[in-house]
Design a protein around this ligand. Structure first.
Ligand SMILES: O=C(O)[C@@H](O)C(=O)CO
Ligand SMILES: [Mg+2]
Length: 254
């Protein structure tokens, strides 16, 4: 039976994070994950997790000045100090909430200096995270939604992971982004499984609930089940309306 994690960056966004955790439990999710939880005290998160019995699978380091369009700082050569302070903050928050993974975002930049900066910041993040048993994730984003984002394909992520050369760095394989950029999801999931730390999904191309669109998630989840993948899959889609009214897929895709 497939397990699902509710991505609270997109689902139940009208609720506070603790109440969204409770809503995810009531809806039958097996775990939760979020984007940027920093306005919520860790005690409130922990109370909701304890009450529901759910665990938090992942959170993101801050992205920088989002009003100026920033989307991560970790590959920006002139922002290393701030990028590392966001990494420290994310690891601290994850450690206090027993969160398994921290997603470190690269940002809008390109070139060899950016590549070097991203590698070194990721090595820093992995070394800080190791003693807390936290895994660092990197996620390729598609170039329709995030044009100019430094990391855009699973192939680039694979070579970065090799170069970072730490045991606690993995790929966040978001089927939505990877279908838009590269396709061939079944073969790619199979080949990349050893370096995958978390999987997310949404319909393609509209990033809605997963029962429609060009990807047959029934097939993808069967592939993962045959591969022995047991971790909860992250439902990271933008609900059309109230989240509770978009969950019909949960019973058919279980
Ligand atoms: O796919 C996404 O957008 C997310 O997983 C994320 O972490 C923020 O960009
Ligand atoms: Mg994602």
């Amino acid at each position: 039976m497939t397990k699902f994690s509710a991505n609270l960056g997109f689902l139940w966004t009208e609720l506070s994070l603790p109440d969204a955790i409770r809503a995810a439990r009531s809806a039958g999710f097996d775990a939760v994950e979020c984007h940027w939880p920093y306005d919520t005290p860790t005690d409130d998160i922990n109370a909701a997790l304890a009450e529901t019995g759910l665990s938090m699978l992942g959170l993101n380091a801050r992205r920088g000045d989002t009003s100026a369009g920033e989307n991560g700082l970790s590959a920006l050569p002139d922002r290393i100090t701030q990028a590392r302070s966001f990494i420290d903050e994310a690891i601290q928050y994850a450690s206090l909430t027993n969160t398994a993974c921290v997603h470190v975002m690269a940002g809008f930049v390109s070139g060899s200096q950016a590549h070097k900066t991203f590698i070194e910041n990721l090595q820093y993040a992995c070394d800080q995270a190791a003693s807390h048993n936290i895994t660092i994730l990197i996620e390729p984003l598609n170039s329709y939604d995030a044009p100019g984002y430094f990391l855009s394909t699973s192939e680039q992520a694979e070579s970065i992971i090799t170069e970072v050369d730490r045991t606690n760095i993995k790929l966040m394989f978001d089927c939505y982004h990877i279908q838009l950029m590269e396709g061939d999801l079944s073969n790619r999931l199979t080949r990349l499984l050893p370096i995958i730390g978390h999987i997310q999904f949404a319909s393609v191309p509209d990033r809605g609930s997963p029962e429609h669109g060009e990807v047959c998630y029934r097939h993808i989840f069967d592939v993962l089940s045959k591969l022995g993948y047991k971790s909860a899959l992250g439902a990271e889609y933008k609900p059309a309306g109230k989240t509770d009214q978009t969950l019909g897929w949960m019973s058919t895709l279980k």
